[in-house]
Write a protein that binds this ligand. Sequence first.
Ligand code: HEC
Ligand code: HEC
Length: 203
Amino acid sequence: MAGLTLAIASASTSLWAQDNTQQGDPARGQVKAYTCTGCHGIPGYNNAYPIYHVPKIGGQNYQYIVAALKAYRDEQRQHPTMLAQAGSMSDSDIQDIAAYFVSLTGSEPKPEYFPKGDAAAGEGKIQLCVACHGADGNGIDPQYPRLAGQYGDYLVKALQDYKSGARVNAIMAGFAANLSLEDMQDLAAYYANKPGLIDLKIE
Ligand code: HEC
Ligand code: HEC
């Protein structure tokens, strides 16, 4: 049995870079996260206006969840609900909540069919993305968000927001600047169909 455990541990290390930065207490996070699950715990839930899917955070990287909540709190990302949610959080609230979400299990969703994009064409456009997000969309390091299995329409929305400057990030602004809407849709279709993020099971 010990040999088996070792084999699994090393397999997961090589698949996903190890995240040694995790802080926060999942039990405290669960209490603080009770408002989140109404949107992030319901597979297929939509943002009201404009209409796009509420992003999956099940299976997302701890470091990235922390960075995303800070970006809303510090208004580098504009979204009224998420600002309302994150606006009054301390750094330790954010760490607790992120620790809670990464502790959850769930089920692998059906690959998302994203009719606006062409996944095969998208595969031909990923050269600029693989250095950070990987060819499979699971990221080469936990600071990068997992794109694999994310909703296609949300990925397009994120890329458009980087391009327009509505979402402030120096790295992604540069990569999104030269993408057409069609490129964004093709890339989104490609990454949305990869296994990665999961539908959360929240009890
Ligand atoms: C009313 C619905 C709603 C509620 C409640 C809500 N969210 Fe969100 N959340 C969203 C939407 C919509 C987005 C995408 C916004 C955007 O386009 O930037 C989002 C984005 C996020 C992201 C970034 C995901 C990514 O891939 O970048 C994280 C992390 C997140 N929410 C965590 C939380 C947490 C933690 C809570 C509770 C404290 C919460 N959300 C409550 C709707 C909601
Ligand atoms: C040099 C590293 C790097 C490269 C190359 C890169 N990205 Fe990113 N990407 C990032 C980082 C860092 C973030 C998180 C930024 C933030 O906090 O908003 C990100 C965020 C994203 C997001 C938002 C995810 C979410 O959950 O909100 C999408 C979509 C995305 N990248 C797509 C792409 C695509 C498509 C390409 C290729 C055209 C690409 N990226 C190239 C580093 C990179």
